[in-house]
Structures are given as structure tokens and as C-alpha cells.
Design a protein around this ligand. Structure first.
Ligand SMILES: [Fe+2]
Length: 312
């Protein structure tokens, strides 16, 4: 195992109920730990700040099943701390971890977004007990974990606690959610969020998947997503989140699009009109997205899955 001395294990975390924790990777991402009688499950591994494995082992010594809600860099970063991980095949092409500089950039900006402190100096990070130059490390020298496939309907028996995997493509093609019927909790990764990025698959497929999640609502009491912006740490999303996304998608697949200004990836309003990244503008805007809003929900959709051409 890699030498992790000197790395922080002091993640903010909340115990949601007996055997379930939300670990906050310093506002970069939310990681969930589910403990059964025989095994524990770790849902996502964050951006890769600090000693996540060490933090988990302070809570449980049960054998770990490490699963990814999807392949984005803020959910797979510390995966090389583990020998085996489970990822949907459609997301296995993404690097684990992503390049250090990209993770550093994202770490700084996501933390700013979640603190609502855009424009604040980067000494914001003094709030947290980590040193970005030490705790966010390359890890390229560590072996890759063995990667197993996640698939729809797959079940993990943690001992008195069964977790079922359901595909929910849209944010990425390999996005999945995890249903824990024992504790009546649904863990959604980035499948659902008040500031939701979609467009990895046709919208009709995402709408169908969202409706299936809604159809399971008699089996869970709350949905916990992969970031705790827009909600308190440990608290589930409010009930309007899924309903608003379904309503937005229903309109979008009919072609009823109303462009709106939404918070960007980094918490700033995005321009209504697309602009290129080459002029120093938002590099994500160059990807060509459409922005929609309903209530508190903002949805950004990659334009390739709209019938209409993106404005230029
Ligand atoms: Fe994501």
C-alpha cells in the first residue's frame, strides 16, 4: 500500500443513521460509506484529497466494496488507494485519477462554488486541515485497481443490507444509482442535482431512467447525491429535485426549450449565448450547451442531443 503518512484523514462527515456516513471531501465531492454486518460499501472516492482509505478504516474494519457512481474526476480520484473498484463499463475509459493539474483546478473551484464565495481569495482553503500541495498528489506511481463492471440490477449483499445498482445515464453514459432498500436510501451520484449537467446520452433515455427512479419511490425515503451543495451535509435532496428534472426533460424532448441564465459549473451565471473558450471565456461554454430552469433546478444539456442547432 502507498505511504500515506502526512496526509489528512480529517474529512468533515455526518453519520446519517446507524451504519451510514456522508464523508465530505472538503466540498469537492460527497462520498458515502454503508456498513453491513459483513462488508462495507464505499460509494465514490472523491477528487483524491488526503487519505480516504485511512479515514474509512477509522470507521470500519469490514472488507470494502468500492463502487463509482460514474467516472468523473471528482468521484474516482482516490481509487488507487484500493485494490478493486466497480465502475459501469461506459465510464471505464476515464483516467483514474485524472491529471493532477486538472484535479487541482477543480478542487479549488468546486470548493469556491460550494462556499458561495466566488471571488474570494484562495486562502479559503485555510478552513480545511489539508495542504493542497501535499494532500492532492499525482498517484501515477500507484497500481491501478482491478476494475469490475457495474450493471443494471446488480446486487451487493453487505450482510443484512442489500444494495442494488440501477443505470441512470445522462450526466455520463455510465452513471448509476444505488438503492439501499434496507435503510430506504437512494444514492444518486451526479445523476440528480439541482445544478445538473446532462447530455451524455439522448434525453429520451435520461427521462426514462429518471421516471424509473421515481417509480421506485415507495422503496426509499430520500435521495442523497454526490455533492452537498444545494443541501446540508447529511441531508437528502428535497422532493422537488427529481420532479423538476422530469418536468424539464419532458418539455425538452418535445422541443419546448426556453434558454435561461443559470449558475455555471463554477457558480457564475453562464451567458445565454454560446461563446468559445479560445477568447478566455468559459471553456465549457465551447462545448455547446443549452440551459434550462424550473424552480430551483438548473439543467445544462449538451446540444448534440437536441434537434435544434445550438446558437452561435
Ligand atoms: Fe460528475
Amino acid at each position: 500500500m502507498a505511504n500515506t503518512s502526512g496526509l489528512t484523514r480529517l474529512y468533515p462527515m455526518v453519520q446519517i443513521n446507524k451504519g451510514t456516513w456522508e464523508i465530505d471531501e472538503f466540498d469537492a465531492a460527497s462520498i458515502y460509506l454503508l456498513e453491513g454486518e459483513e462488508k462495507a460499501m464505499l460509494i465514490d472516492t472523491g477528487m483524491g484529497i488526503g487519505d480516504l482509505r485511512g479515514a474509512v478504516e477509522m470507521i470500519t474494519d469490514k472488507p470494502l466494496v468500492v463502487v463509482h457512481s460514474h467516472g468523473h474526476i471528482d468521484h474516482t480520484g482516490n481509487s488507487r488507494q484500493f485494490e478493486e473498484v466497480w465502475t459501469h463499463p461506459a465510464d471505464q475509459w476515464m483516467p483514474v485519477p485524472e491529471a493532477l493539474e486538472r484535479r487541482r483546478f477543480d478542487t479549488e473551484h468546486i470548493a469556491q462554488r460550494q462556499k458561495g464565495s466566488l471571488g474570494a481569495p484562495f486562502n479559503l482553503f485555510n478552513l480545511y486541515p489539508y495542504d493542497i500541495d501535499v494532500d492532492l498528489r499525482p498517484m501515477d506511481d500507484l497500481p491501478m485497481p482491478v476494475v469490475h463492471d457495474l450493471y443494471d440490477g446488480q446486487q451487493f449483499d453487505l450482510g443484512g443490507r442489500i444494495v442494488t445498482v440501477y443505470e441512470c445515464p445522462g450526466h455520463t453514459a455510465g452513471e448509476v444509482v444505488f438503492l439501499d432498500e434496507t435503510k430506504r436510501m437512494l444514492f444518486a451520484g451526479d445523476a440528480l442535482n439541482y445544478n445538473l449537467l446532462l447530455g451524455a446520452v439522448p434525453l429520451e433515455d435520461t427521462l426514462k431512467a429518471m421516471k424509473r427512479i421515481r417509480g421506485m419511490s415507495d422503496r426509499y425515503d430520500g435521495i442523497w447525491n454526490g455533492h452537498h451543495d444545494f443541501r446540508a451535509l447529511g441531508a437528502p435532496l428535497d422532493d422537488d429535485c427529481l420532479e423538476n428534472v422530469i418536468a424539464l426533460l419532458e418539455e425538452a424532448v418535445k422541443g419546448n426549450i426556453t434558454y435561461c441564465e443559470v449558475p455555471s459549473f463554477w457558480g457564475q451565471p453562464m451567458p445565454l449565448r454560446r461563446r468559445g473558450g479560445e477568447d478566455g471565456g468559459d471553456p465549457f461554454a465551447a462545448m455547446g450547451k443549452t440551459y434550462l430552469r424550473k424552480g430551483r433546478n438548473f439543467v445544462q444539456i449538451h446540444s448534440r442531443y437536441f434537434g435544434k442547432k445550438e446558437d452561435k
